[in-house]
Design a protein around this ligand. Structure first.
Ligand code: SF4
Length: 256
């Protein structure tokens, strides 16, 4: 998992340009965090204190439709979850989607990226992060010394919201159990959340903003999560790329 400076020199230099940094990164020496204990493969409870009457917190989730999913290796669970997603009609987004986008990657991934939801290219292909933002994410992953195939990439929302609008709270509540089951199956060592929606979904705090929260570690089911900006935001706001690169360096340090 260490950074191959020579093998990735070209990508690093490209990312230096993309992210607006002026020199190659120094990898901070850090001890990897202890591997979190494997939790029983049950659906995570709703955020503590969440009530339907509090608009600032995520309402309780209804995850009974996944209660019959068997425990087992991630390589077995992930396709079952994707199959459930493919037939899902739990919110109105099923009426406008072309394809569901469950996520993809290595079933033994140490690092999980979580974005907001599919855009047009993702809706057309059924794969996450394949548009322009996905191409930037790919370069970020390579600059971290990793390969896209070695990480896992998923979204909170598995069907494209029309016109790429922000998902509604009811849609997040309907869809979040799938991501939670994916995380519990994968048990990655680190989760890097991209943008405000996955930050809010995994903390249950709908007021939490990415600008203040980025770079600040929180945990979900004992797994450290580090929020940073969404690649789409970085494409619109190149000045934020330097900050995002610092966050990715922190992720690299957490991976060890
Ligand atoms: S967005 Fe999620 S909850 Fe809504 S239909 Fe798609 S898979 Fe189901």
């Amino acid at each position: 998992m260490g950074l191959d400076l020579y093998g990735n020199l070209g990508e690093l230099l490209r990312l230096d340009h993309d992210l607006g940094v002026s020199m190659l990164p120094r990898i901070p020496a850090a001890q990897p965090p202890p591997a979190p204990a494997r939790a029983p493969a049950t659906v995570a409870p709703s955020p503590a204190g969440a009530t339907p009457r509090d608009p600032a917190t995520l309402p309780p989730l209804d995850d009974r439709h996944l209660a019959d999913l068997a425990d087992g290796p991630a390589a077995e669970q992930l396709p079952q979850i994707a199959q459930r997603i493919a037939g899902c009609q739990r919110c109105g987004l099923c009426q406008t989607r072309r394809n569901t986008v469950p996520g993809e990657g290595a079933s033994d991934a140490a690092l999980l990226f979580v974005g907001e939801g599919p855009g047009a290219e993702e809706d057309a292909s059924g794969r996450p992060f394949v548009g322009k933002a996905g191409q930037l994410l790919d370069r970020m992953i390579v600059a971290m010394g990793l390969r896209r195939e070695a990480v896992y990439i998923a979204n909170v929302i598995k069907c494209r919201p029309p016109d790429n609008r922000t998902p509604e709270t009811s849609e997040i509540v309907a869809c979040l159990p799938y991501l939670q089951r994916q995380i519990l199956a994968l048990r990655p060592r680190v989760i890097c959340t991209l943008g405000a929606i996955p930050l809010q979904a995994l903390t249950g705090d709908l007021r939490r903003g990415i600008t203040r929260a980025r770079g600040t570690v929180f945990t979900w089911q004992g797994i450290p999560c580090l929020p940073t900006f969404h690649p789409s935001y970085l494409l619109r706001n190149p000045d934020a790329k330097k900050t995002a690169w610092k966050d990715l360096q922190a992720v690299m340090a957490m991976l060890g």
